[in-house]
Design a protein around this ligand. Structure first.
Ligand SMILES: Nc1ncnc2c1ncn2[C@@H]1O[C@H](COP(=O)(O)OP(=O)(O)OP(=O)(O)O)[C@@H](O)[C@H]1O
Ligand SMILES: [Mg+2]
Length: 344
């Protein structure tokens, strides 16, 4: 709609993850290197976590886009799949016939398929997106699939992408076997303020923008303040700012323009006003027992003190155990001596 006003040949801030628009921020570059490193290892699991809208799917799509023909990649986006459903979905994604097959049949078919691929000098890669939705037993099933081997070489490698909730799932005590197969993991953080600006300029230029500065410095600052550097939020806001500039026939977009759009967008998206947010934090929250909830530093210090106290207690226990040990040895020697005296 507004493209011609800015001389663009496409929409610069689409919401669909498009590898063409991939911007390599510090974290995206790092995560991409992990994925590529993982690929070169050809085994184990790579885990990428990140806040909502930080670019996990975009990253996966960019990787898939660059893959060579020797890798057969399948991508699954998981609702809450049971282990059996996972096996079925993986088989289907590798284009196997899944109709009326039992799980045992499917596993057998999968193994034959993966072995055949291996014999052709190719290998299989499974990309699991939204992996935070997987129940523990389904992740365990994924681990079982990674056990398919030919001459000691694993036949299937998997990458897991998920929101932050994936981390506690993988930290669960009964996930040790899975954890030991993770060859690399990385967390995607939002963009910094400088990256936010570079991201906007990059996408604008990629869509054909070749004018001078369209946004003032203050406008960039406002955009960062509102979006906290989360790419999806930047895209949504930027799309609206460009629309606003077009409707208002603006040549340059300044702080005021951004503020106006932020107000509109915040209303539509039910985002609390900044003042309300500040007030919210000022209100003293209480635990169910009526104790005041303190800030995070308070709890960090408390935990550090607790760790020191536990360390002390442990080293006391060790000293005590050594002392008892010595005492027992002494007693035992006395006992042996007395016994030999008796027998003499
Ligand atoms: N590195 C990047 N380069 C270009 N665009 C990006 C980048 N990261 C994210 N985006 C854009 O931000 C939006 C959200 O990205 P994406 O869908 O990949 O996030 P996500 O982390 O998978 O989100 P969710 O947690 O909801 O699954 C998309 O429109 C995408 O185009
Ligand atoms: Mg995603």
């Amino acid at each position: 709609m507004y493209e011609s006003h800015y001389g663009l040949n496409s929409k610069p801030f689409q919401l669909t993850p498009d590898p063409e628009f991939f911007f390599a921020s510090k974290w995206h570059k790092r995560a991409m290197s992990y994925l590529q490193y993982g690929l070169s290892q050809a085994e184990g699991f790579i885990v990428i976590t990140g806040d909502i809208g930080t670019g996990k799917t975009t990253l996966a799509n960019s990787l898939l886009n660059d893959l060579q023909n020797d890798i057969f990649a399948a991508q699954i986006v998981t609702p809450k799949l049971s282990p059996d459903e996972l096996v079925k979905m993986v088989a289907a994604k590798f284009e196997l016939d899944v109709a009326n097959k039992t799980k045992a049949d499917l596993l057998k078919d999968l193994e034959s398929f993966l072995s055949a691929l291996h014999q052709q000098g190719r290998r299989a890669l499974l990309l699991v997106d939204e992996a935070q939705n997987l129940p523990l037993e389904t992740i365990e099933e994924l681990r079982m699939l990674s056990n398919f081997q030919a001459k000691g070489k694993p036949l299937l490698q998997s990458f897991l992408l998920g929101q932050e909730e994936l981390q506690p799932i993988l930290r669960a005590p009964n996930m040790e076997q899975f954890r030991q197969r993770i060859v690399a993991s990385c967390h995607l953080a939002p963009l910094t303020d400088e990256e936010c600006r570079a991201y906007i300029e990059y996408r604008m230029h990629h869509a054909g923008w070749n004018g001078a500065n369209l946004f003032s410095n203050e406008a960039y600052e406002k955009i960062y303040q509102f979006t906290h550097g989360v790419p999806r939020k930047i895209n949504t806001l930027m799309d609206r700012i460009l629309l606003y500039g077009f409707l208002e026939e603006l040549e340059r977009l300044d702080e005021e323009a951004v503020e106006n759009v932020v107000k509109e967008v915040a209303d539509e998206m039910f985002i609390p006003e900044p003042e309300e947010e500040i007030k919210k934090h000022e209100v003293t929250e209480l635990t169910p027992e009526g104790h005041e909830v303190k800030d995070i530093e308070y709890y960090k210090n408390m935990l550090n003190e607790l760790v020191d106290a536990l360390d002390n207690a442990i080293s006391h226990k060790i000293k005590l155990t050594r002392y008892i040990d010595k005492l027992l040895k002494k007693k035992y020697k006395t006992y042996v001596r007395l016994k030999s005296d008796d027998s003499d």
